[in-house]
Write a protein that binds this ligand. Structure first.
Ligand code: ADP
Ligand code: MG
Length: 258
């Protein structure tokens, strides 16, 4: 199978007021790759995702998505985005189905009826994340992992080519994280999606991604996890005061057993 660059970020720098938060970042993401951007808090990870989607403008450098500029790509519906700490007020009475339906309303208009085709896409999206049988369940009553799946279905209902996920596994227990990462691999295989995901758990994502992009304002490493010299890189990116939590699905404690 031949791959080609889908996202090309070239020498971008970006600042907020006088603070440079991204400096000379270059990276390439191929079609159907799963890539994780890792780095400590405040290192510019969320800003980089938003820049790729055209929601932030770099002051130098370029981003190209499938040959287009990011704004064009966004308007063409290339992106499915899950923002950091996406959540719904659990008291707000919506079903899983309604949460997914919201992304179709952005196409039809809020007071228009959903067409049969929209309903079919909503059902397929719920099915792809294994949540179809929970479609009528109150969103607030779902587990953390199930909520994340529904939010992924909401992104899929836009029929994107690229999923951009900002810390999607934060707050999930080890078992839910593993099953969430399995879902991402399945989506890539079955639907040919390209997935770019922000994480600060380098240990967990290293096992499932094709490439890592380690950033702390600058990019310190971009390549296969097996080529990454963890200790050296971790010290560079995270500073020396960090313990990288690496969970193990065979470990009873990680599985939440006592
Ligand atoms: P990360 O996602 O890695 O935690 P962010 O991309 O959110 O980092 O933020 C990078 C830096 O930019 C941080 O220092 C943050 O405080 C700053 N920042 C983020 N958004 C804004 C904003 N809208 N205005 C000013 N500064 C911001
Ligand atoms: Mg962030």
């Amino acid at each position: 199978m031949t791959t080609r660059p889908l996202i090309e970020v070239k020498n971008i720098s970006l600042r907020y007021e006088h603070n440079v938060v991204l400096e000379d970042i270059t990276l390439t993401i191929d079609e159907r790759e799963i890539v994780s951007i890792v780095g400590p808090n405040g290192s510019g990870k969320s800003t980089l995702l938003k820049t790729i989607m055209g929601l932030k403008e770099p002051f130098t450098g370029t981003v190209t998505v499938n040959g287009m500029n990011p704004n064009e790509a966004r308007k063409k519906g290339m992106f499915g985005y899950l923002s950091q700490q996406s959540s719904y007020d659990s008291q707000f009475p919506v079903r899983a189905w309604d949460v997914v339906a919201m992304s179709r309303y952005t196409r039809t208009g809020l007071f228009e009826k959903l067409l049969r085709q929209d309903r079919a896409v909503i059902e397929t999206s719920l099915d792809r994340v294994g949540m179809l049988e929970h479609r009528n369940q109150h969103f607030g009553s779902l587990s953390g992992g199930q909520k994340q799946r529904v939010l992924i279905a909401r992104a899929l209902a836009l029929e994107p080519k690229i999923l951009l996920l900002d810390e999607p596994a934060t707050g999930l227990d080890a078992v839910a994280q593993d099953s969430f990462y399995e879902l991402l691999q399945k989506l890539r295989t079955e639907s040919g999606l390209t997935i770019l995901m922000v994480s600060h758990d380098i240990g967990a994502v290293s096992e499932i991604v094709d490439k890592l992009a380690c950033i702390n304002r600058k990019i310190h490493f971009h390549g296969k996890p097996s080529e990454c010299q963890p200790h050296e890189m971790i010290a560079k990116v995270f500073g020396s005061n960090i313990h990288v939590v690496r969970h193990d699905k065979n470990c009873p404690t990680c599985r939440g057993e006592r």
